[in-house]
Design a protein around this ligand. Structure first.
Ligand code: GLC
Length: 538
């Protein structure tokens, strides 16, 4: 398999508005990111994924871009951004920018022109129809918004303020490629491509049999031609990596995006885990991992993540954020850094930050949640019940400010934070983590260091020995004559795991574990709640 820097990398996602506020306006900013770069470097991550910071009315926290060539005022200036890129590079790290090309803001000059009249030259840059079909969008009951001025509907996969670009139009594509080159020429190291599976739309927009299953929004014919063109005209001219957010794909479909011989993208985020598993389902998780591995290995590259700015913090959603928070956070980290694919750390994950429950809908900001709330209330549902049903997966679970210390607002801002801080910041914060040598932070640091020193974690083949085990997940990674065994007891009680003969034949050496001592009796491993171990088999 071809070795590349981005396969070996560990990516750290910075949701800058919640990371660190350098000027006291309550919103994190790029200067704040600069001030905390040493922290990220000390952790060991080598690539930063920066959420969108382009000019935007900010209806969907920057995913509604009104000017691709400018920096949002809240975030800083182009000069601050350039300093950030410089400072990242000075530390030997890389920066990838989150880019939204499926849609723009409705305040983008292109859309303002497009909606101004039916014969405006930019009319066809967006998607206009006389009649809507029955599709939902991600955030609204209809994917179509009626525009009175010209008496037609425009299409939006997300909020009404995020009209979809018409990728069929070659002028649109050329404008986007030009803009991509603008950022790449500034020296960035790649893109995270937002909602990239949505670019192509089906001919004629036929009604869906089940409008609630919105997978019709993604993977439509024509998409791969766009991606190949994008690669040909843009990506291949730079030493960069691209990771696509690819909704609703099976491994077989996913491979089409990342197969090395197809020249489209380098890596993908698939959502089989997040979409199918509101909470932990071990057997399904193992199947998903194995299936993706079987289809992708040696042909295209995967990512590993369980949370990000859209998905509730992993220790809350998939682990135990109460009595075993520290062990559980370490176990999940062990798993993500030892399964095949590039691991992504979402800010705060490395200190075991948890999800949040705000008591009132007014404390939430997430447009997806708020729109859904309104929709359900309009149907006459009980507000409290609706709130409770939406809380577990609200995107704001991950968007509360980074917890730096136990001072007011967790040291995130000296002003009033744009979203409330998680009340547990007094116990869970960076300052505490840095003072405790057994913290989640130092464990992550160790995991990252191991990845740098042991190619087996990146390039080793994968074999699961516990496909039908509900609690223990034991798998090997093997590269040449190096063989690692990872054993995870993903549950709140202890379990013994007896090694199968083929593994018992080796001598074992502990590489890393999240308990201070190792308990085993011959070939029976006594695994305590949320215990994780990495062994070298010799
Ligand atoms: C992606 C982003 C999400 C955003 C959406 C629309 O899913 O991760 O935050 O709301 O695209 O751009």
């Amino acid at each position: 398999m071809k070795r590349t820097w981005w396969k070996e990398a560990v990516v750290y996602q910075v949701y800058w508005r919640s990371f660190y506020d350098s000027d006291g306006d309550g919103v994190g900013d790029l200067q704040g990111v600069i001030e905390k770069l040493d922290y990220i470097q000390h952790l060991g991550a080598d690539v930063i994924w920066l959420n969108p910071c382009y000019e935007s009315p900010d209806k969907d926290n920057g995913y509604d871009i009104s000017n691709y060539y400018a920096i949002m005022e809240k975030a800083g200036t182009m000069k601050t951004w350039e300093t950030l890129l410089d400072e990242v590079h000075k530390r030997g790290m890389k920066l990838i920018m989150d880019l939204v090309v499926n849609h723009t803001s409705d305040q983008h000059p292109w859309f303002i022109e497009s909606r101004s009249s039916r014969d405006n030259p930019k009319r066809d840059w967006y998607i206009w129809r006389d009649k809507p079909n029955n599709w939902r969008s991600y955030f609204t009951p209809s994917a179509w918004e009626y525009d009175e001025l010209t008496g037609q509907y425009y299409f939006h996969s997300f909020a009404a303020e995020q009209p979809d670009l018409n990728w069929k139009n070659p002028e649109v594509r050329q404008e986007i490629y030009k803009m991509m080159r603008f950022w790449l020429d500034k020296g960035i190291d790649g893109f995270r491509l937002d909602a990239i599976a949505l670019l192509a739309k089906p001919e004629g927009f036929p009604d869906a049999a089940d409008p609630n299953d919105i997978c019709y929004l993604a993977n439509n014919p024509g998409l791969h031609e766009y991606l190949r063109e994008m690669h040909e005209q843009v990506f291949r001219h730079y030493d960069i990596f691209t990771v696509g957010e690819v909704a609703f794909v099976s491994p077989e479909e996913g491979l089409k995006y990342v197969a090395e011989d197809r020249r489209e993208l380098n890596m993908l985020f698939h959502f089989q885990v997040c979409d199918e598993m509101p909470s932990w389902e071990p057997l399904r998780f193992k199947q998903i991992q194995k299936h993706w591995y079987d289809v992708l290995w040696g042909k295209g590259w995967n990512s590993q993540f369980l949370n990000n700015h859209d998905h509730t913090r992993q220790v809350t959603r998939y682990g135990n954020d109460k009595e075993y928070r520290v062990e559980s956070a370490k176990l999940l980290g062990t798993m993500l850094h030892t399964l095949p694919g590039t691991p992504y750390i979402y800010q705060g994950e490395e200190i075991g930050m948890t999800g949040v429950r705000f008591s009132s809908i007014d404390d939430y900001n997430d447009i997806a949640m708020k729109n859904k709330y309104k929709e359900e209330i309009a149907k006459g549902k009980d507000p409290q019940e609706v709130l409770e049903s939406l809380q577990p997966l609200s995107r704001d679970n991950s968007r509360t400010p980074m917890q730096w210390d136990d001072s007011p607002n967790a040291g995130f801002t000296t002003g009033t934070p744009w979203i409330k801080v998680n009340p547990n910041y007094k116990e869970i914060n960076v300052k505490q983590a840095l003072q405790d040598k057994n913290s989640v932070y130092y464990y992550y640091q160790k995991l990252i260091q191991l990845r740098k020193e042991n190619p087996v974690m990146v390039y080793g083949t994968f074999c699961d020995y516990t496909e039908n085990e509900p609690y223990i997940y034991a798998y090997t990674r093997e590269l040449d004559d190096v063989r690692w065994l990872i054993v995870l007891n993903h549950c709140d009680h202890a379990n013994d795991y007896e090694l199968p003969g083929s593994l018992a034949a080796y001598k074992r050496e502990v590489v890393l574990g999240n308990y201070l001592d190792i308990q085993e009796n011959g070939n029976v491993l006594h695994m305590r709640p949320h215990e994780a171990r990495i062994y070298r088999l010799i």
